[in-house]
Design a protein around this ligand. Sequence first.
Ligand code: HAM
Length: 428
Amino acid sequence: MYIKVPKGTQDVLPENISKWYYIEGIIKEILNKYGYKEIRTPFFEYTDLFVRGIGESTDIVTKEMFTFPDRKGRSLTLRPEGTAPVVRAYLENRMDRISKVVKLFYLGPMFRCEKPQAGRFRQFNQFGIEIIGTKSSAADAEVIITILEVYKKLGLKNIETAINSVGCKKCRTKYIQKLKKYLKNKKDFLCAECKERYIKNPLRVLDCKKDSCKKIIEEAPLITENLCQECELHFAEVKSYLNDQKIIFHEDPRLVRGLDYYTKTAFEIISGELGAQNAIGGGGRYDDLVEELGGKPTPAVGFAAGIERMIIAMDQQNIEWPLKEELVIFVATVNEKTQERAFRLLQKIRNTGLSADMDYSGGSLKSQMRIANKIGARYTVIVGEEELSKNMVILRNMKTKEQKEVKIDNIINELGLSGRRLSGGRFY
Ligand code: HAM
């Protein structure tokens, strides 16, 4: 019996890795254009960071974290998201000293112990951006525009952007009281989970997908009708920036996100292809988080997107992945006697910068040619005994099947490809 991959995790096999390289390449290209700098934080942090950052009563903290003690009994947690760690790093490294507004991006695995289903994993990858140090509504708009540009560049269609404002501490506290009052005599009809949410985190009731709760929510007071003047103005500005850039979005006054740190703007991007797990990205403003994690009051906004979900949506939309550049040259030997010279030649070709390989399994020339075809080599250099005695090899164009004898010393010129010229192409 083989040991299997843990539940909710998956291998990215060599035949799929070029999809990841491609997506990561596009992400980095666009984020670079928008002025974001990459940050890499540890895969695990002290548990308290997430409890304080994401919120004690959220599903992530109560049910989904992979938490374990280290050898000295300190509680550690595999990061379920990237925002709290980025803010921790921002504070710990005094990034506010570098510039007033800091723009960071990250890309990497996150861990949530959720029930696995299509598009929902226990280890999944996110790319995300965080703009820390500004309350400007232009930053909120930029975040949304950036994520949409990534999706567009990847060719993703059929996506919807829902936005809302969840207010600030001031107006939200008042709104929650209003919401609780409304729910009070209806709470017996709420699902078991929402009964608990009613006590611990009433705002989350708005996010319930169960029919019984949905009906009740429909009539509930709306946060957008209870915003303070500042939040209302900020929300209007964000929408105005988006409209000005011809971004298509809709307002969803019941949109609340699964993390407690949001203030003002909250948004989610949904793909029509993904079924129940249809959020391919989401984010919003979190003006209190830096302070809650020990810093001085510092407004911030950001988003994160699930890369596996993007790949699933792209595959379902039959978006063509750009062909990756395969191996260029395959070196074949006719027998063991020519192996040493062939290996020397192989290294010589590689040293020019070209990608080249040979087969070490000791197979026949025929089987080596099959391998060369399978890996998509453009040329095969056949190292034969007789040719070697004349310092020659056979060069075979795998596409046209033409072959000719060429001088070993001349092989690079004969290929008509210098490493420099080739690497000018794109390797995903
Ligand atoms: P989130 O909505 O929890 O936000 O996650 C962002 C995205 O990660 C989701 O839209 C989804 O695409 C992907 N995702 C989440 N859970 C899973 C899962 N179990 N399997 C596969 N994909 C998943 C955040 O994480 C916030 N930190 C976003 C943010 C950044 N807000 C402000 N800045």
